[in-house]
Design a protein around this ligand. Structure first.
Ligand SMILES: [Zn+2]
Length: 304
């Protein structure tokens, strides 16, 4: 099976990014997979601790693996924001391809120590697993926020990033570069957009050389995302945009069929809206203006 590591290496070389979409149910997974399949681009599915609690750690892994195997398609699974080693080990043993070990709320030295310990423990379970570490403050909660938190003091310092990567031996770094989890109401309505510190991304890339993940990508300005990918971002997380689409689709399915009780007649409305949201982001991340361009860039077969 072609590993996530190879895909990431290819992305680093081509100046592209893999789309990372969180799932908490089968509607989200079906929609994300359908979008990636249609565009013929690799995709990373994520499940946070809360999402894993709901869907089941081993069940999430089994669902994603079944798609990868049946369709011979590069769909991978990430354990998003994992705060304890116990939860990280649980995900590694269930077969997750990567783990975001998040000790970013701790002071720097403690974050280094805990992350280093996690990297060693997780690689001893699966030497191929990728571990992502995080420094800086990108807020919490992929939901609708009334007010923007002040994250300006928590931006990642490039020198500290270099030190962190070298000390912990993480495979992937999640920096704070103007990104933020969740969306403001004005962003959901399309009135405002998030903006990124592109120069800082380039400096962090230069200092560390490792693949970089942009968390909290929902609601970010398209042009900023393109520039961020050119500056060295290789994975972009989208969650809130999908959650908004999920709710809209579900409401649509219920309102249009007020007497319907059959789940497989109601839920396809949500699959459709989520798929559209994922597809438009995947197009942007893979540098596609028109469908078909990525086919030349990606050797899509998951095996070998
Ligand atoms: Zn995140």
């Amino acid at each position: 099976m072609r590993a996530l590591r190879n895909i990431l290496g290819q992305v680093q070389k081509n100046g592209m990014a893999i789309g990372h979409f969180n799932i908490a149910d089968l509607v989200l997974l079906k929609a994300v997979f359908a979008a990636a399949q249609e565009l013929k681009v690799p995709v990373l599915v994520g499940a946070s601790e809360g999402e894993r609690d709901f869907l089941g750690v081993r069940q999430t892994a089994a669902l994603v693996r079944s798609l990868r195997e049946e369709f011979d398609f590069p769909i991978f699974l990430n354990a998003d924001h994992t705060h304890t080693l116990t939860k990280a080990i649980e995900a590694a043993k269930a077969g997750f391809d990567s783990i975001v070990f998040d000790a970013s709320a701790q002071p720097f030295e403690q974050n280094v120590r805990q992350t280093k310990e996690a990297v060693e423990a997780l690689k001893s379970i699966n030497p191929d697993i990728l571990v992502e570490g995080e420094i800086g403050d990108i807020g919490s909660g992929s939901e609708i926020h009334e007010k923007a938190p002040d994250l300006s003091k928590g931006l990642t310092n490039p020198l500290e990033a270099k030190q962190y990567v070298e000390a912990t031996r993480i495979d992937i770094l999640a920096p704070a570069v103007g990104n933020m989890h969740g969306m403001l109401r004005s962003m959901v309505q399309g009135e405002t957009r998030k903006h990124l510190d592109i120069a800082r991304i380039a400096q962090i890339k230069d200092a560390t050389g490792v693949p970089l993940t942009l968390h909290g990508g929902s609601g970010t300005d398209d042009e900023d995302l393109r520039k961020a990918i050119m500056a060295g971002i290789n994975i972009v997380h989208i969650n809130t945009e999908l959650r908004v689409a999920w709710r809209r689709g579900l409401e649509d399915g219920l309102i249009k069929q007020p007497d319907e009780v059959v789940p497989y007649k109601i839920l396809p409305y949500a699959v459709k809206t989520v798929k559209e949201a994922a597809r438009s982001r995947l197009r942007l991340f893979n540098g596609q203006l028109e469908q078909g361009i990525a086919n030349q860039k990606w050797n899509l077969r998951a095996s070998k």
